[in-house]
Design a protein around this ligand. Structure first.
Ligand code: 3HC
Length: 292
C-alpha cells in the first residue's frame, strides 16, 4: 500500500499537479517544505526591521504612510506563510522558537544595516525585485498552500518594487547630494541582493532534489542571471551604475551562519517583540476559550 501511495505522489508530481495537505507525501518532501516555507516566513518578519528603522524619519507624511503600509504588508506575508507551513503539521509556536534559537534561517539580506533613507528605495527596487524574481516561479510550486500564498505575495511585492523605484527616481531628479546617496546605497545593496538567490548551483545541496519534487522550478544561478539581466535597463533608466557581479561567498556563508553585521541585533529585537507580546497571546487564547 505504501508503494501505491508513493506511486500516486510521483504521478501527481510528474503531471505537474499539486500536492495538498491531506495527500500522502514522502517525509523528505514535507521536511524540505517546512524548511523553505519557514525560512521564507521568517524572512518576511525579520525583513520588517531594516525598513522599519526609517518609519519615524521618513521625510514626508506621504513617504511615511507608504513605508508603514509596506512594512505592514510584510507582516501579512509572514502570516500567510506561517499558515501554509502549519498545514504541514508544525505549530507556529515551534517555528517562532526555532527562529529565535537560530535553528531555522532567514534571508541573508536582512542582516545588513539601513544607513540612509535611500536604502528604503533600494530595498524596494533591488531586494523586493530579487524576491519577485525568485518567487514568481514559486507560484507554480508543487505544494498547493505554498503556491497559493505566493500568488498574493507576488502581487504585493510588485507594488513594493515599483514604490522603491519611484522613490529612487524622485531622488535622482533632486540634488547632487541625493543622487550620490542613491548611488552609495545601490553600491552597498547590489551584491547582497544577488546573494539572496542562494549559493552557486555547484554548492547548493538542496536544489536538485527540490527541482525533482517541483518545489523549486529554476536553479539559484538561473534566477540570479535573470535578475541581473532585468536590472541593467532599470539601472540605466535611473542613471545609477551597478557594481560588478563578482560575489564574496565567504561573506555569504559567514552571514548565513550568524556572523553578519546585524544578525544578533535582528534576533534580539524579534525576541523582545515576541516576549512583549506574550500578554496579547494569553488574552487572545483566554478570549477564544471563553463562552460567548
Ligand atoms: N540567506 C540565508 N540562507 C540561505 C540563502 C540566503 N540568501 N540562500 C541559501 N541559504 C541556505 C539554504 O537555506 C540552505 O541551508 P539549509 O539547508 O540549512 O536550509 C543552504 O543555504 C544551501 O542553499 P540551497 O541553495 O541548497 O537551499 P535552497 O534549495 O533552499 O535554496 C533559496 C535557497 C533559493 C533561498 C530557496 O530556499 C527559496 O527559493 N526560498 C523561498 C524564497 C525566500 O525564502 N525568500 C526570502 C527572500 S526575502 C523575502 O521574501 C522578503 C521580501 O519582503 C523581500
Amino acid at each position: 500500500a505504501d508503494e501505491d501511495l508513493a506511486a500516486g505522489f510521483d504521478a501527481t508530481i510528474a503531471a505537474g499537479d499539486r500536492i495538498e495537505p491531506r495527500d500522502w507525501m514522502p517525509e523528505g518532501y514535507r521536511k524540505t517544505l517546512v524548511r523553505q516555507i519557514a525560512q521564507h516566513a521568517h524572512s518576511e518578519i525579520i525583513g520588517m526591521q531594516p525598513e522599519g528603522n526609517w518609519i519615524t524619519r521618513a521625510p514626508s507624511l506621504r513617504r511615511k504612510a507608504i513605508l508603514l503600509a509596506k512594512v505592514q504588508d510584510e507582516a501579512g506575508h509572514g502570516l500567510y506563510l506561517y499558515s501554509a507551513c502549519e498545514t504541514l503539521g508544525v505549530s507556529r509556536r515551534d517555528l517562532m522558537e526555532q527562529l529565535i534559537s537560530g535553528a531555522q534561517k532567514y534571508s541573508s539580506i536582512f542582516n545588513y544595516p539601513t544607513l540612509s533613507y535611500a536604502d528604503v528605495g533600494t530595498i524596494g527596487w533591488l531586494v523586493d525585485g530579487a524576491a519577485i524574481c525568485n518567487q514568481v516561479p514559486l507560484c507554480r510550486t508543487s505544494y498547493g498552500p505554498y503556491g497559493r500564498a505566493m500568488i498574493r505575495i507576488c502581487k504585493e511585492e510588485s507594488f513594493h518594487q515599483r514604490q522603491g523605484y519611484e522613490l529612487l527616481a524622485t531622488m535622482m531628479r533632486g540634488t547632487d547630494e541625493q543622487r550620490a546617496m542613491v548611488q552609495e546605497s545601490v553600491d552597498r545593496f547590489w551584491k547582497p541582493a544577488l546573494m539572496m538567490f542562494g549559493p552557486p548551483d555547484a554548492d547548493s545541496p538542496n536544489t536538485q532534489q527540490s527541482m525533482d519534487w517541483g518545489i523549486k522550478r529554476h536553479t539559484n544561478d538561473e534566477l540570479r542571471a535573470r535578475f541581473i539581466e532585468m536590472s541593467a535597463p532599470q539601472a540605466a533608466a535611473l542613471g545609477v551604475t551597478l557594481p560588478g557581479n563578482d560575489l564574496d561567498w565567504d561573506e555569504f556563508w559567514r552571514i548565513v551562519k550568524g556572523g553578519g553585521p546585524c544578525n544578533a541585533q535582528r534576533i534580539a529585537h524579534r525576541k523582545k517583540a515576541h516576549d512583549d507580546g506574550a500578554w496579547v497571546r494569553e488574552a487572545a487564547t483566554a478570549y477564544a476559550r471563553s463562552p460567548r
